[in-house]
Design a protein around this ligand. Structure first.
Ligand SMILES: [Zn+2]
Length: 202
C-alpha cells in the first residue's frame, strides 16, 4: 500500500516534501505512543528507548556503531545516517538522551546539536555535492516526526528535479547509491570536516 498526500490534504505543506514511498514500511512499523505505553505496562520493552537511543548506547563497539550507521559521537549528541532516507545521504543529529522536544534539552545539548548540524551540512556538500540542503526538526507526530519521543534534526541533501522525478516513477524506490556506500563516503567527509574544524580552532 502506498499513501500519498494530495492537494486536498489539510497538511498541504507535506506536498513540498520529497515523495519517498519506501518510507511507508517504516512509518507502518512505528507504534503509536499509546501502543508502546500499553506494552510497557504489560511488561514489554521500555517505551523510552528507540533506535536513536540504541545508536547512542555508550557500550557499542566500533563495528556496532557502523552497523547502526553512526557517523560521529559528540559529547552529548550523535550524527547518523538515516536508514529510511528522504533522499540519498539523509543525516540525523540527535541528543543521546530520549527527550521529545528541544525545550527538554540542556543548553549544551542544543549547542552541540547545532554544531553537529553544521558538520553534517558540510559533510554532505563534500561527499554528495547537492544543489541544496533541507535542515529541520519535526516536533510531534502531526508535524511529521517519525519518532516523536526522541528529538532529532534532519539534514536532507537535495538536487534539482528530485521531487519531480520521484513523482513520475511513483512506487519505485529511487536511491541511486547503496546505504553502505553513502555511509562510507559520509564517514570520510565527516572526519575531514572535524579535522579541518579542529585545526582552524587550535
Ligand atoms: Zn530514544
Amino acid at each position: 500500500m502506498t499513501v500519498r498526500v494530495t492537494d486536498d490534504n489539510l497538511c498541504s505543506m507535506e506536498n513540498k516534501n520529497l515523495w519517498a514511498p519506501w518510507r511507508i514500511s517504516y512509518i507502518k512499523s512505528l507504534e503509536t505512543e499509546d501502543d508502546q505505553s500499553k506494552r510497557h505496562t504489560s511488561g514489554g520493552p521500555n517505551p523510552n528507548r528507540c533506535f536513536l537511543c540504541g545508536a547512542s548506547d555508550v557500550d557499542l563497539t566500533e563495528q556496532q556503531q557502523k552497523d547502526q550507521l553512526v557517523l560521529h559521537r559528540g559529547t552529548h549528541c550523535l550524527l547518523m545516517l538515516n536508514r529510511y532516507p528522504y533522499s540519498n545521504g539523509h543525516i540525523l543529529v540527535a541528543p543521546f538522551d530520549h527527550v521529545a522536544d528541544i525545550a527538554d534539552m540542556t543548553n549544551e545539548q542544543r549547542s552541540e546539536m547545532m554544531e553537529l548540524t553544521n558538520v553534517a551540512n558540510k559533510a554532505v556538500r563534500i561527499a554528495m555535492n547537492p544543489q541544496g540542503v533541507n535542515i529541520g526538526i519535526n516536533l510531534g507526530r502531526c508535524a511529521g516526526a517519525g519518532v516523536p519521543g526522541h528529538v532529532h534534526m534532519h539534514i536532507v541533501p537535495r538536487w534539482h528535479g528530485d521531487v519531480n522525478f520521484m513523482e513520475v516513477v511513483g512506487d519505485v524506490r529511487v536511491i541511486p547509491q547503496s546505504l553502505q556506500e553513502s555511509y562510507d563516503m559520509l564517514l570520510e567527509a565527516v572526519q575531514k570536516v572535524l579535522d579541518t574544524d579542529s585545526q582552524s580552532s587550535s
